[in-house]
Design a protein around this ligand. Structure first.
Ligand SMILES: C[S@@+](CC[C@H](N)C(=O)[O-])C[C@H]1O[C@@H](n2cnc3c(N)ncnc32)[C@H](O)[C@@H]1O
Length: 258
């Protein structure tokens, strides 16, 4: 295994590098859905962003090749670059890509940006892949959207429209020993993500969990989500988790031993 591959394997097991505050200082806790977008319909860093950045930057990333899928404002990509990684950031929204370029320039780091649907990413050999996809279940009456603000969080009827694609493609994009870090809510099937990544031969576990009060998107859909069985009417918070999966050198598609 290469040196970078062994270091990729140790992502999230080492001491924090202290770059989180540099990129999530602008963390916005808001009660207003429209305030989630500061610049041209781009998702502002939230609690899920911070959880992913914390996990990512707990390791030495210097020299590693990092791919940030669904990059949005570029907060995760910039955190990786500040920690010394060579970063490629992908988003299908051109405003997000423009915002990421600006975030990188503001932080004084280099981030390669690609405006594309993540399903079309074909470059391989990444040591670390991060993703904070849209994962809020899209209840009846709430449109899935190919553009605009809802594109940042609408996850389809079960919240997994993008998550399932992520699980399908990431095993093939990783270097041997490479690590995937995906953040999502308990509302969108954590077990399904873990099962899909294990079925692709990745050693997979939930490594971080944080309970957070419902954000503005879930609150704005509370009644519909209760009606569709996603939420307990009494609940006012949800768990968000980071799922960490490693390619061990086995071929994708080979089941992981129990
Ligand atoms: C929840 S935001 C995450 C933003 C950022 N990574 C963060 O953690 O703050 C999800 C992002 O995914 C992008 N997105 C949605 N579907 C996509 C797809 N199929 N391919 C690439 N990007 C997509 C949206 O444009 C949005 O910027």
């Amino acid at each position: 295994m290469s040196t970078t591959a062994s270091r990729a394997e140790s992502v999230s097991r080492q001491r924090p590098l202290g770059v989180r505050s540099a990129v999530t200082d602008s963390l916005l806790i808001t009660s207003d859905v429209s305030a989630l977008h500061r610049v041209q319909d781009v998702y502002r860093p939230q609690e899920d962003t911070a959880l992913l950045v914390d996990e990512l930057t707990s390791a030495d990333l210097s020299g590693l090749r990092v791919l940030d899928l669904c990059t949005g404002s570029g907060a995760v990509a910039v955190a990786a670059a500040l920690a010394g990684a060579q970063v490629t950031a992908v988003d299908s929204c051109r405003h997000a890509v423009a915002r990421t370029r600006r975030s990188a320039a503001d932080a004084g780091v280099e981030v390669r940006t690609v405006c594309a649907d993540l399903a079309d990413v074909s470059e391989t050999g990444f040591d670390v892949i991060t993703c904070n996809p849209p994962y809020v279940p899209t209840p009846p009456g709430t449109e899935m959207s190919a553009v605009g603000p809802r594109h940042a969080w609408n996850g389809g009827p079960d919240g997994r429209a993008v998550l399932d694609v992520v699980c399908a493609i990431v095993p093939g994009l990783l270097a041997d020993g490479g690590t995937v870090l995906i953040v999502q809510s308990e509302l969108s099937g954590v077990d399904a993500t873990v099962a899909a990544l294990r079925a692709a031969g990745l050693r997979t576990e939930v490594t971080s969990e944080r309970r957070i009060p419902f954000g503005p998107v879930v609150r704005s859909r509370h009644d519909a989500l209760v009606e569709s069985g996603f939420l307990d009417p009494e609940s006012d918070d949800e768990a968000i988790v980071v799922i960490r999966a490693q390619r061990t050198g086995d071929r994708p598609g080979r089941a992981e031993p129990a």
